[in-house]
Design a protein around this ligand. Structure first.
Ligand SMILES: NC(=O)c1ccc[n+]([C@@H]2O[C@H](COP(=O)([O-])OP(=O)(O)OC[C@H]3O[C@@H](n4cnc5c(N)ncnc54)[C@H](OP(=O)(O)O)[C@@H]3O)[C@@H](O)[C@H]2O)c1
Length: 291
């Protein structure tokens, strides 16, 4: 009988990493879970910016598949901490890709809609030219390019507007605000697709397993504004707070937000051979589980 696949999940305790780990635990695989900076039950510590630690992990595990769910994800913070964003999202990713090449491991890496400029008005295709406008987006694109250059076997999945348990996310922010206020304002001139971590995790496993390689896009459907999303969150959570639409300029942020962040997922749908779920259904699932 063939040995079980050895799978290394990096960033296993982050929002996406937790969802992915939950799914992989049900599968017949030898699972190695790496977390940083806090070690939890069943994980070992791995700082991907520490080359000795990365070398030790690859030597010891010799993984067949590496899922990289770790990242510097503070979009506003990256504008000031450019070096740290580049270190985690690019330099460290380059090192992971080199080890994946050396050890013949498949690298499944997550990237973002922020690699695009957000000025479009039709969904971005995986091979559209990236043109990031934020330090975070630039660091993530550098990470993608490092993977392409490494010649390792890779699957890069760009996603957007993630929500799920074990992380800071828009759903929690809106529920917290709407629980304590009578009215809130939410921008309605930024368009994107909310994405449930569990659905992305399923897609990651399926695409990795069915031989899909290269760059793919994944998000739930259909597109909406943050305002539309907030209205659904308040309704699904059974709250009575009034949600008012406002403009991006009413909420200035250090990093410029893309006005249009919709990713074309048709290549992914074809590879998965089934439709991708609606974010409204995912939202109800998430809210029912958190209650
Ligand atoms: N959240 C979104 O809306 C969104 C949208 C598009 C794409 N993405 C991408 O999706 C992926 C997963 O995002 P997420 O929302 O699940 O992020 P997350 O919850 O912030 O998880 C990322 C994990 O990486 C860890 N990490 C940071 N620096 C590290 C290092 N040097 N070594 C090892 N681990 C390190 C983080 O630890 P700390 O918490 O201590 O920093 C955290 O546990 C990322 O690649 C992100 O760029 C996210």
């Amino acid at each position: 009988m063939k040995d079980k696949k050895k799978i290394l999940v990096i960033g296993a305790t982050g929002m996406l990493g937790s969802a992915l780990t939950g799914k992989l635990k049900d599968m017949p695989a030898e699972l190695h879970l790496a977390s940083w900076p806090v070690k939890t039950d069943g994980t070992f510590l791995l700082d991907i910016t520490n080359p000795d630690a990365v070398e030790e992990a690859f030597n010891r595990i010799r993984p067949d598949v590496v899922y990289n769910c770790s990242a510097y994800t503070d979009v506003d913070g990256a504008e000031k901490n450019v070096e740290q964003a580049i270190l985690v999202n690019s330099t460290a990713v380059s090192l992971l890709a080199q080890y994946c090449y050396n050890y013949k491991s498949l690298l499944v890496h997550i990237s973002t809609d922020y690699v695009f400029d957000g000025k479009g008005n039709t969904p971005y295709m995986p091979d559209d030219k990236p043109s990031p406008r934020t330090a975070y987006g630039k660091s993530k694109l550098m990470g993608e390019n490092a993977i392409l250059e490494s010649q390792c076997e890779f699957l890069i999945i760009r996603t957007a507007w993630l929500f799920g348990p074990y992380g800071k996310n828009f759903v929690e922010t809106i529920i917290n605000l709407a629980s304590t206020r009578d009215e809130i304002k939410v921008v309605n001139d930024q368009i994107g697709c909310p994405t449930y971590t569990f659905e992305l995790a399923n897609a990651m496993i399926e695409l990795a397993g069915n031989g899909s390689r290269g760059i793919y896009h994944f998000s739930n459907q259909p597109a909406c504004s943050w305002y539309d999303f907030a209205c659904e969150i308040v309704a699904a959570a059974g709250l009575s707070c009034k949600v008012n639409p406002c403009k991006t300029e009413d909420f200035p942020r250090p990093a410029q937000r893309p006005a249009y962040s919709v990713l074309d997922i048709s290549k992914t749908v074809e590879a998965l051979k089934h439709p991708v779920g609606l974010w409204k259904d995912s939202l109800r699932d998430y809210i029912s589980k958190r209650n």
